[in-house]
Design a binder for this molecule. Structure first.
Ligand SMILES: [Zn+2]
Ligand SMILES: [Zn+2]
Length: 350
């Protein structure tokens, strides 16, 4: 039917189903995007598992790319038109609060995962719907031969761009990245692009092998050796200038501080489940003048940077795509995404 479209809707814990929903209509300042891909983030996996609590029904998905199929009457056709391939940014920021107005959309005061977005009449982030109505402030143009699969990874990359900017990596510095899942791998790749020596701490051999194929040579294997001792050994006893802790395990946050050098910067990137408190020596922070920082979400500025990195092929994300599933295979796609051995799973809407 013309006025309906398909969406994968979370209807309860471990329940997701394909439904016919009302097809969104763009307002005069919006475009209608036919989504082609949506990558499944850890957040959606936690909704499915009942760890992140939401009211059902709920449409998940926030890592999406597609094609403009209709434009509102107020939109300048020389800038955006039907046929343009685009990434759709996070729709959950309001554009009106003070944080949004100063470019800190990731910290929007009205942020909620459970708003109505994209012209949909079911709450959620909207990415697992076939269509979304989107203001142009939330779209980013895909250029060249970048595929919809690759473009779907703009949002996760933008979050890592945010984290790397916070770390303020300088040429020639030593950076330790704890973990080599997809977000950790992005941290390693971007840190290297910033001109740093990168050491990766990772127990999983297949992830280490993948990072080797990308040219990384220095690894700490925390299952076989003491990660802190090894980090000191690899840095002449000094510790790393920057430690990027990208695994949501509290003990590793503690270790990250111990791996850092004098004037070291430590970024805690992941969210922690459970959020077990950590123990850090205040004197260590004081005497070594450590900067301990957190990084969460991303802003439009980070999206624009991530889009450029992908469009201009500065970094490649293909090795981090596990596989692509059709929208009606959503159940299987989620199961594959939850398996910690797998990189990003992409849902495709045809
Ligand atoms: Zn995400
Ligand atoms: Zn806002």
């Amino acid at each position: 039917m013309e006025n309906t479209c398909k969406a994968a809707v979370f209807t309860g814990k471990e329940k997701i189903e394909l439904q016919n929903i009302k097809k969104p209509k763009p307002k005069s300042n919006e475009v209608l995007v036919k989504l082609k891909t949506c990558a499944l983030c850890t957040w959606e996996q936690r909704v499915y598992q009942g760890i992140n609590k939401v009211d059902f029904p709920f449409i998940g998905g926030h890592e999406q790319a597609g094609i403009i199929v209709e434009i509102g009457s107020d939109i300048d056709k020389t800038l955006w038109d039907a046929g343009d391939n685009v990434v759709v940014g996070l729709l959950t920021s309001c554009e009106e609060c003070e944080k949004c107005r100063i470019g800190e959309e990731g910290n929007c005061e009205n942020f909620s995962y459970e708003s109505f977005v994209g012209g949909l009449d079911i709450r959620g982030m909207g990415g697992l719907s076939q269509y979304l109505a989107v203001p142009i402030s939330k779209i980013f143009k895909i250029e060249g031969d970048l595929s919809y699969q690759e473009a779907a990874l703009t949002e996760p990359l933008s979050c890592v761009v945010h984290s790397i900017e916070i770390a303020d990596i300088q040429l020639g510095e030593t950076v330790i990245v704890i973990g080599a899942g997809i977000m950790r791998a992005f941290h390693a790749v971007l840190a290297r692009n910033k001109g740093a020596r990168v050491i990766i701490s990772e127990p999983n051999q297949s992830r280490i092998d993948l990072m080797k194929t990308l040219g990384f040579e220095e690894f700490i294997k925390p299952d076989f050796e003491d990660a802190i001792d090894q980090s000191l050994e690899l840095t002449d006893g000094k510790g790393a200038d920057v430690v990027l802790s990208t695994v949501g395990i509290s003990k590793l946050a503690e270790e990250a501080v111990q791996m850092s050098s004098l004037y070291g910067r430590v970024v805690l990137y992941s969210s922690y489940h459970p959020d077990t408190p950590i123990s850090i020596s205040p004197n260590r922070i004081h005497k070594r003048m450590t900067k301990l920082m957190g990084s969460a979400n991303s802003n439009t500025r980070d999206f624009i940077t991530a889009m450029k990195l992908l469009n201009e092929r500065v970094i490649g994300v293909k090795p981090f795509i596990y596989g692509t599933y059709e929208l009606d295979e959503i159940e299987e796609a989620i199961q594959k995404a939850i398996d910690p051995n797998n990189y990003r799973v992409i849902v495709q809407m045809t």
